[in-house]
Structures are given as C-alpha cells and as structure tokens.
Design a protein around this ligand. Structure first.
Ligand code: XMP
Length: 516
C-alpha cells in the first residue's frame, strides 16, 4: 500500500543511525518521503517517482572495499540530491571528486563558516553557526562543477554544491537538533533547490488510503483487534471508512486496562464511530490464567497466549474473513529492511501486535505502515477519533498485569486501578506539558504506618512519570512537589489498603520504564 502523494523524496540509507530522523525532519516540513536501503533496486526506488534524493550518513568509508555505493541510475535521473555526511562523501566520490581518510576524526560540535552566503542551501542562516559533526573521511577535492559552500576549522569542505546539477552535500548532520539552523537548511533543499511545493496533509492521505484499501480488500471481509491504543484505533477507523461493516473489530477486555478504559473503548467505537464491534468480556478467563503466577515473563506469555486463543475463537465465528488489519508503523517497517539487516549484521524482525498473523491464515492490511506515530495521531484527529484515544499515552499490551509486582488478582487490580486513576488525575490537572508516560505501580511490599491513633500495615504504591521520545531511553520527570504531595495524600486517604507512596527517580537505562 503506498498512499504516497505526487511529490516524494527518496532517502537512500547507507546504514545511518539517523536515517529515521532525516525522514521525520522531512515529514515535519510536510514533504512526503520514504527510506530505501542503498542496495534497493532502482525500480523499487523509482516506483513512487521521487522528485529528489537525500543520501544518509553511514558507518563505512567510501574508499574501503565493499563500501556501499550509490546506484548510478540515481545520478542519471537528473533529480536534485542532498548528501549528508557519508552521503556527501559518496556524492563527491561518484561525481569524480577526491575523498581521503581524515587525519583527524571530527566528532561533536564544530563551528561552521559559510563561504557562499548566496547559495540557496544557506538562505536565511547566519554566516557562522554551530553544527554537529561525526566523520572520519573528508572530501579534499571538489568534483567538476561544484563549489565550496562552507568550512570548519578542521574540515575545509564542510558543504559543497553544484547549482547546475542541483547536487549538494553537507558534511555535518543537518537533521540533528544540535545543528543550529539544520531545519532551515533541509527546508532550503526541499523548497528552494528541489522546488517541492506540495504540502503533504493527512486529509489527502485519508482519501488515497481509503481508495487503496477498497481496491485491496475488494468484496471480502476483514477483522481487527482493538487494544484501546491509538495505532489499532486509527487503523480500524481508516479501514472502516473504506469497507464499512465488512470490517469487524474485536475488543478483548482482558480486565487489565485502566479505570474506565474498557467502557471508553466500547463507547467510542460502537456508539460514536459506529464501528462493527464485538466486545468480549474475558476478564474471568485472564484472571484464572494469571492466578498465583508471579514471574513477569510467565505473566506476559500467558496473557499473549490467551489473547490469541480468544481472538481466534471470535474470528472463527465470522464467515468469509480474508484480511487482518494491523496498526504497524513506519519505524517497524524501516527496521525490518535497513541495509544492515540485508547484510545480516543486525537482524531485527518486524514485530506485529500480538503476534496474530503467524497463527492465522489471513492476509495483512497495514494502512499505517508508512506513518510515524505523530502522523498517526494527526490522522486520528482527521478521522474524528476522540481525544482520549488520539492522545493516549503508551500502554503495555499486558496492561496492569506488569504494573502489579507479583501475582495478579481482582483485589490488587482494584487497588492499582484506583491509585493509577488518582495519579493521572493529579498530573493532568496540574501540568500543561504532560510527561510522556505516567502511572502507578503496586508493589508486594507492606510497611508500617500510623493513621489517627492506629497502627497500619499497608501496601506500598510507587509513582512513575518519565520524559522520553520513543521509550528506548527515558528520564524521570521532575514533577512539582505539590503535585506529588497531592497524589500521595489522596492515595493514602482514599485507598485504605495503601499507607505509603514513593516516587521512582530512576532513568532508563539503567532501569526500564515499566517495573516488570
Ligand atoms: P520498558 O519497560 O521496556 O518499556 O522500558 C518501554 C515502553 O514500552 C512499553 N511496553 C510495552 N508495550 N507491549 C507493548 O505494547 C509490551 O509488552 C510492553 N512492555 C513495555 C512501555 O509501557 C514503555 O512505553
């Protein structure tokens, strides 16, 4: 499924750690782009008719045997090219310039001096500013027709360009935040040099995606597992726009969602969006499977297995289903086909929600597979999804079961659900900028307290709130003390089983975000 608009930029990935970041920055400029491994065939790359190319950085040297090289057909296509870091070296090398192994490796911040202020690439940026460098090799000799655009103290050719062929290169990483004016430089390339004028908007994505889904599914039927999360919700709503009631959404209430969430999911999808929804009350079944199990991995495995079993039972009741809708996002797709994975150095398999397709003979429909998370949220707004779904914070598939340390039962779920609701309420009441994720954890610890004239022996609840971009790393949020105080007072006063509240001040790494 493409859903790509008339203008698109092809990013050629030479194994860069920043390839995804380049894609995000380009999309932030409302220009559609896709990432291709450097060794993708030209037919594959040119299928979307790219208007321009961006060549990424990479860990290798263009001079070493077996180094990844630019497909010559890209140069022959005559489209504008921006090379970044390795991409600039490769562009210069391919155009006949000289590249040598650097005598000094340059890492981190460097001051850039613009030599060609009239160049379109450096329009609206100062003549001197800080950039982020990370390279060993350097371009020492300009290819024919190129001019020097900028230098740093240790890199004589830190930016170069050929205004006739519209080939440009920057040795620094324009895509990282540490590079001042990086956004402007990328925008200049896209708008001023490549002349892209289209604004990639979600409204046009919807129309095109709906058409493509219709063409793919035809008169057949599809099913989708709704988890309550934003990805499956947006994917289901989009597919329902295309095929209406021939999509059946299955919501398995495993009893491990937060306070009010199961009811909210049913209300939003059945009563507001009028989706064809089967809601399965499986709370008792999950509790039975979890009884007495306190090992975190065992809990996850049992929940996953039970989920698949129930989903299969429900799917078997709907005759003629051929398609399974999943909310797979672009980062998962990219990771499954980076150049490294092709070379076999770092194989990371594409993981799909709940692992469903492996056990079911259904064809996949992944309407979000070219979108980043923030774009999925914008798409959700465009489709009229309620704010509590579009803005939902990340929530683990196994739900509250991994926030109750030790075994899970009805009583402990009730205590955690209330504590978590209070914590969220107080954090949301106070802060305009909410943490990326915030929740309560119920520990098996009990401690002594005193209430009135009585000694208590109650549960310990921990509060976790973190700042993060993608969940891979996280810092604990500096919540205001009065918010923490209100959370603590309310939890201890309103939940008789709890007599102590602590705040988790550990980052990830070394800790993880969830406690299990
Ligand atoms: P950790 O605890 O590994 O979590 O630092 C990173 C992010 O992933 C979420 N998480 C999960 N999400 N299924 C999911 O869909 C899971 O099993 C799962 N476990 C953790 C977690 O909430 C955090 O945002």
């Amino acid at each position: 499924m493409k859903s790509s608009p008339s203008e698109m930029v092809a990013i050629i990935d030479f194994g860069a750690q920043y390839a995804q970041l380049i894609a995000r920055r380009i999309r932030e400029e409302r220009v559609y782009c896709e990432i291709f491994p450097f060794d993708a065939s030209f037919e594959e790359i040119s299928a979307g008719n790219p208007s321009a190319y961006v060549l990424t950085g990479g860990p290798r040297s263009v001079l070493e045997p077996g180094a990844p090289h630019l497909n010559p057909k890209i140069l022959e296509s005559g489209k504008p090219i921006l090379g970044i870091c390795y991409g600039m070296q490769e562009l210069a090398y391919a155009c006949g310039g000289g590249v040598v192994p650097g005598s000094i490796r340059e890492y981190g911040r460097a001051e850039l001096f613009v030599d060609a202020a009239q160049s379109l690439l450096f329009l609206d940026v100062p003549s001197q500013f800080n950039v982020w460098m990370s390279h060993g090799d350097t371009v020492t000799e300009l290819p024919k027709g190129f001019i020097k655009l900028a230098h740093t103290q240790s890199c004589a050719l830190a930016a170069l360009g050929n205004p006739d062929s519209q080939y440009y290169g920057v040795q620094f990483h324009a895509e990282v935040r540490h590079t001042e004016h990086g956004r402007t430089i990328l925008r200049n390339f896209l708008r001023k040099i490549a002349g892209l004028h289209h604004q990639w908007e979600m409204s046009s994505f919807v129309d095109q995606a709906v058409e493509e889904i219709r063409a793919r599914i035809g008169d057949s039927k599809a099913i989708c597992a709704l988890s309550g999360g934003v990805d499956s919700a947006v994917a289901a709503t989009l597919v329902a726009r295309a095929i209406g009631n021939r999509l059946t959404c299955i919501f398995v209430d495993h009893g491990l969602l937060r306070e009010g969430e199961a009811e909210q999911v049913v209300a939003a999808f059945r009563d507001v969006l009028h989706l064809n929804l089967v809601a399965v009350d499986a709370r008792a079944r999950f509790l039975e499977r979890l009884a007495g199990v306190d090992d975190p991995e065992e809990k996850r495995v049992r929940i996953g297995r039970e989920f698949i079993a129930i989903f299969e039972e429900q799917a078997a009741r709907i005759p003629g289903v051929e398609y399974l809708v999943q909310g797979t996002l672009y980062p998962d797709v990219i990771e499954s086909k980076t150049p490294q994975s092709k070379e076999g150095a770092k194989i990371k398999t594409h993981h799909n929600v709940g692992g469903l397709p492996d056990v079911m003979a259904l064809r996949l429909v992944e309407p979000l597979r070219l979108l980043f998370k923030d774009e999925v949220r914008r798409l959700g707004v465009e489709l009229g999804l309620p704010a509590h779904i579009v803005e939902r914070q990340p929530f683990p598939g196994p739900g509250l079961a991994v926030r109750i340390l030790g075994s899970v039962d009805d009583e402990r779920l009730r205590v955690l659900r209330r504590a978590d609701a209070i914590a969220r309420e107080e954090i949301e009441r106070e802060s305009e900028e909410r943490p990326w994720q915030y929740f309560a954890v119920l520990t098996p610890l009990r401690s002594v307290g005193v209430m009135g004239d009585f000694r208590t022996y109650g549960n310990l609840v921990a509060i976790r709130a973190v700042a993060s971009d993608d969940g891979m790393t996280a810092d604990w949020s500096r919540l205001p003390h009065d918010v923490l105080q209100r959370i603590s007072t309310r939890i201890v006063n309103e939940i008789p089983e709890v007599n102590r509240v602590v705040y988790d001040i550990t980052s990830k790494p070394p800790a993880t975000i969830e406690w299990e």
